[in-house]
Design a protein around this ligand. Sequence first.
Ligand code: NIG
Length: 427
Amino acid sequence: MTVAFDLFVRNCAELVTARGTLSPNQKAEAALDIIPRGAVGIAAGKVVFVGPEADVPPAAVAPFTEVVDADGGVVAPGLVDPHTHLVFAGERSAEFDLRNQGATYLEIAKAGGGIVSTVRATRAASLEELVALARPRLVRLLEQGVTTCEVKSGYGLDVETELKMLRAVQQLRREVPVDLVPTLLCAHAIPEEFKANREGYVERCIREIIPAVAREGLARFCDAFVEESAFTHDEARRIFEAARAHGMRIRLHADQLTANGGAQLAAEVGALSADHLEQVSDEGIAALARAGVTALLVPTSTLFLRMRPYAPGRKLVDAGVNVALGTNVNPGSSMTENVGVVLSLACLENGLSAAEALWGMTRGAAIALGLAQHGQLVEGGPADLVVFGCSTYRHLPYHLGVNHARVVVKGGRVVVRPGGAGVAVCR
Ligand code: NIG
């Protein structure tokens, strides 16, 4: 029996399904599985038809069906941003200026700036203030087609503020039509009050912060910044062990500022993703490939920190690693919600093809978050999609810094429309 569509998206020059699987014989372009002149039918918040428009059963388009004409544009799964620090208070434009005059990220951090300065501002903000600050950032992502977004804590570094940040994520989830995936990042930096007692802080993470967050079910993942200036391998291992015992899965900031074996640690602990990887070694790449860990690249932070090299995206893909891309929105190393710039830098500097970049913000990113059905358009899957006003997906990275999204559908509902009443935010 033909199911009548609630929503019918038609006239797509390219319908990107991303329903394929990457393998040595199937590269991203094939895994995107693009249908020319395609259409999508949606009923009861789920995709019920994906295919050539010519194959749509006539009875499926009913008088009540809302029709979205893609006008010869590209239709893709709703984008997935798998690495953000969206919830924070304060700003660090003075540090940006200092870096542009030669100071480094680490020098600024050692002088009392960096992450701990955002911690001071975030501790001082109320839950409502954090939500109000994060909401427009999230809406900016949604307006570009992001329908699923990971959000980390990590600017609290004490029980109360880590809980406050993750409760802010819960609140945002109720207000903005984006699926939010919360991550506990209590191991982001050693807080100032524990500078002379880092062991005391690691113990606090293990005995207080992780259990408190788990009690409220506030985080799906636990992350750690493994770096000379942050946490050692052993400290991260202990924190991950505690997080895992509380039902959280693992991801980590690896090999960002120094080559420190972070990728190998990600492989050892069974992380879903190793993020950053600017300094990853060949051994690290091989370890990620063997363990099936996603390499999650955040090229806007390489740009923003004026660092070289960019993460070796080409090598990672060629080694058979799933590569995902994120905006890494945060006040220190990537003050941007611009998805287009991420896709462009991934091609220009990480060496990815346009197809690999789009995979990295659709299915590749969903895999990094352990999401079985997101980031692709399949019958029975979530009805999250974006209509881009360009004739080929290659324009997404090619036309740099432009928001091509015209219509965004979340859970079968149009939440962004051109010249429309704006994004549907419930307050
Ligand atoms: O992913 N590297 C650590 N964390 C962030 C930066 C956070 C900050 O500087 O506030 C990142 O780049």
